[in-house]
Write a protein that binds this ligand. Structure first.
Ligand code: ATP
Ligand code: MG
Length: 274
């Protein structure tokens, strides 16, 4: 792809496509990955390519749930790594929790490529300064049990998934595989771009499933405990801000169906104005 100036009206979308096609040529993605992205792009148009108020509320709720969890985990697939490796690692450092690579079409080559990519980015990020806002966090004590500085927090994020030793009940074949110390024992799981079947299986295990999915009508969006209907790379900086803020509390009465209805209303408003 030739040079695209940042002022181009479709800059973010073109960059995302570039990241995905590069990741595909590096062997990180299944063939269907670009199709899945295209489905997301279509829904993003209907959202005006911005974070709607309902999504902003879901982001806050998920920050609270991750921070109150006993065993939080972030589960990532190929598209998530290709698009947002850095901010996923930063979010994991801020929670703090590990990242587990868990892909739908598991092959050893793809797993190695994804785990390699995350470890490579982790090494780069472990030299970066503290993110903005950290020193205002009211929960510093909670974090003091995790030694040292931001770099240490980044280094403490483990990249799991290479040696699965557990299974998600109710799923068949390699897509059920997971790590006992990661997804299997987790109580709160953040899963960007998850498939509907696996989302349902994780909910059936009693986990709080936090999904990120641009399609408010997908099975994933409907089955998850909390759904952020927003584009992955757009919502992660907001989630990171909220995790760094650290003051958000879970709402026991969270109504995900109501949240999804608000997103659909927003889409209808946008269509009405078109
Ligand atoms: P489900 O499996 O939940 O029934 P599906 O089969 O229609 O949904 P999949 O192909 O499993 O969908 O996964 C693609 C999903 O990921 C789509 O719903 C799409 O909206 C979403 N998606 C793709 N790219 C992004 C992105 N960058 N940010 C957020 N969501 C995305
Ligand atoms: Mg699906």
């Amino acid at each position: 792809m030739g040079e695209v100036p940042p002022t181009h009206p479709r800059y973010a979308s073109l960059m995302a496509r570039k990241l995905l096609t590069e990741a595909a040529s590096e062997g990180m993605l299944a063939e269907s990955a670009l199709i899945a992205h295209g489905r997301g792009e279509a829904f993003d148009y209907l959202l005006g390519e911005r974070t709607c108020d309902a999504a902003r509320n879901s982001i806050r709720e998920i920050a609270g749930r991750l921070q109150e969890a006993d065993w939080p985990i972030i589960s990532v697939n190929g598209n998530a790594v290709a698009l947002a490796a850095d901010n996923l690692i930063r979010c994991a450092a801020a929670v703090p929790c590990d990242i587990e690579v868990n892909i739908y079409y598991r092959t050893p080559e793809r797993m190695d490529a994804l785990i390699g990519k995350l470890n490579e980015r982790k090494e780069v990020l472990s030299h970066e300064p503290w993110p903005k806002g950290w020193d205002n966090n009211p929960n510093v004590e909670q974090w003091e049990q995790f030694p040292g500085d931001w770099q240490e927090k980044i280094r403490n994020v483990r990249i799991l998934g290479g040696e699965p030793d557990g299974r998600i009940p109710g799923l068949e074949g390699p897509r059920a595989e997971c790590c006992a110390e990661g997804i299997l024992r987790s109580d709160v799981i953040l899963v960007p771009l998850e498939d509907g079947d696996r989302c349902e299986a994780l909910v059936d295990m009693g986990k709080t499933v936090c999904a990120i999915d641009l399609n408010p009508l997908s099975r994933t969006a409907k089955k998850a405990t909390i759904t952020i209907v927003d584009e992955l790379t757009r919502c992660l900086p907001l989630l990171l801000d909220d995790l760094i803020d650290g003051s958000l509390m879970p709402d026991e009465n969270w109504d995900n169906d109501q949240n999804l209805r608000e997103v659909v209303s927003e889409m209808l408003r946008i269509l009405d104005d078109a």
